[in-house]
Design a protein around this ligand. Structure first.
Ligand code: PLP
Length: 431
């Protein structure tokens, strides 16, 4: 058993001045119980907490640290930039440099705009799509996360399946009525929504590989079908690649699947661990943005030099060594096999989903293909799994609805240690 005394004490203090003690809800461990762990520092594949514990990290800041924590080229780039001033609100050359590299790496985009988070990127992409098409409605999928802007905080309404209702107080009915909710991996359902809302749908936004209800890959033909439906109905297809961009391949899910979106959003990896988001498209669409076009979008700290330096160093590393993506995928597959064997040995009912360096373990008997099947997982078993692994020094996301993010800093020894920990925890999972 590890000691988390100092983390728990810090959590008490934090709760006095920060709602729930955290600046983003999932960090609070509500879904798994117990107190969150306070990080002191991190290097490579490991977190070091305030009690002096070392944890193998499978969250990696929810994705950005794809090459491990405190990756030296990123650290050096940020430190060097900071010496020269941290923000100007004027154009800088490095913004063009990272834009050129992103445009080179990602298929089908001519121009890119940088913002400060994935939320901002998706929110702006939808506004751009609405402005470009002159339509109001959007389609999103149940269980996909596109940040916390109002249009996305929508759940399935009662009765008529597709009309959304707010899933947070503060989101108005007026906003909710323009978001139509579809089932992931269900092309027929999407087709129906398009048929029932002819000439009204501005855009369909999707995580091309879902990562916010665990990892759920698209079934064969699904993304291709969405592409066709969007083209047929004059709607723009947005791939939210905040999670998958620069992770599944240098060109993200578009490169991996061969399906091309009209607008692509980024976050996480593109900022190398600093607050960065971006959205990109072909020239005709991007020129609809101010100051060239009529759709307004802005940001005091957008294109911030420290953030751009971190992002550029990260993209340069990924661009220079494409084998990174193969290595990540192989490590993830190795982990998959090991975890499956360990759980099977104790007859623990489970399903593992994996694509590239995204993987999730669901304590469900049926295949996990959408939000509904993801919700069928046994949450009590997940809680035991989470806390059991934590006691073995393995840190996975504190929620059954999250993907694990594999980093290139993980060694096969780390993976073996993780599999050994799963084998040790497995007997505790039997009801
Ligand atoms: C994380 C995430 C977002 C939101 O990004 P933030 O930087 O947290 O605002 C949007 N879409 C997807 C797919 C994400 O995984």
């Amino acid at each position: 058993m590890m000691n988390y005394k100092r983390s728990s004490a810090l959590f008490v203090e934090a709760q006095k001045v920060i709602p729930g003690g955290v600046n983003s809800p999932v960090r609070a461990f509500k879904a798994v119980g117990g107190d969150p762990i306070f990080v002191k520092e991190a290097k490579g594949a490991y977190l070091y907490d305030e009690d002096g514990n070392r944890l193998i990290d499978y969250i990696n800041s929810w994705g950005p640290m794809i090459l491990g924590h405190a990756y030296q080229p990123v650290v050096d780039a940020v430190v060097a930039k900071a010496q020269k001033g941290t923000s100007f609100g004027m154009p800088t050359e490095i913004e063009t440099k990272i834009a050129e590299l992103a445009v080179k790496m990602v298929p089908g985009i001519d121009k890119i705009r940088f913002v400060n988070s994935g939320t901002e990127a998706c929110m702006s992409a939808v506004r751009l799509a609405r402005g470009f098409t002159g339509r109001d409605k959007i389609i999103k999928f149940a269980g996909c996360y596109h940040g916390h802007s109002d249009s996305f905080l929508i759940q399935a309404g009662s009765g008529a399946v597709t009309f959304g209702s707010p899933n947070s107080p503060g989101v108005t009915q007026g906003t909710a009525k323009d978001t139509l909710l579809a089932e992931y991996n269900n092309l027929e359902h999407v087709k129906e929504i398009f048929e029932n809302n002819k000439n009204e749908i501005a855009t369909l936004i999707i995580e091309p590989v879902a990562g916010n209800m665990g990892c759920i890959p698209p079934v064969p033909g699904f993304l291709e079908g969405l592409r066709e439906l969007c083209t047929e109905h004059g709607a723009l297809l947005i791939f939210d690649e905040v999670m998958t961009g620069f992770r599944l391949a240098a060109g993200g899910a578009q490169e991996l699947t061969g399906v091309r979106a009209d607008i692509v959003t980024f976050g996480k990896v593109i900022g190398g661990g600093l607050p960065v988001g971006a959205f990109a498209a072909r020239e005709e669409i991007m020129n609809y943005l101010a100051p060239v076009g009529p759709v307004y979008q802005a940001g005091t700290l957008s294109g911030n030099p420290l953030a751009m330096a971190a992002g550029l160093a990260m993209l340069e590393a990924l661009d220079a060594d494409k084998e990174i993506f193969t290595r990540l995928s192989e490590k993830t597959e190795y982990l998959h096999r090991g975890i499956k064997e360990a759980l099977d040995a104790h007859h623990i009912t489970h399903t593992i989903n994996r694509l590239g360096s995204m993987i999730s373990v669901h304590f469900a008997a049926e295949p996990v293909v959408d939000f509904k099947s993801a919700s069928n997982g046994a949450n009590d078993t997940f809680k035991k799994f989470f806390h059991g692994l934590l006691d073995e020094g393995i840190y996975i996301a504190p929620s059954a609805y999250e993907t694990w993010f594999i980093t290139d800093a993980l060694t096969y020894q780390d993976l073996d240690d993780t599999i050994t920990a799963v084998a040790k925890v497995a007997p505790q999972l039997i009801d």
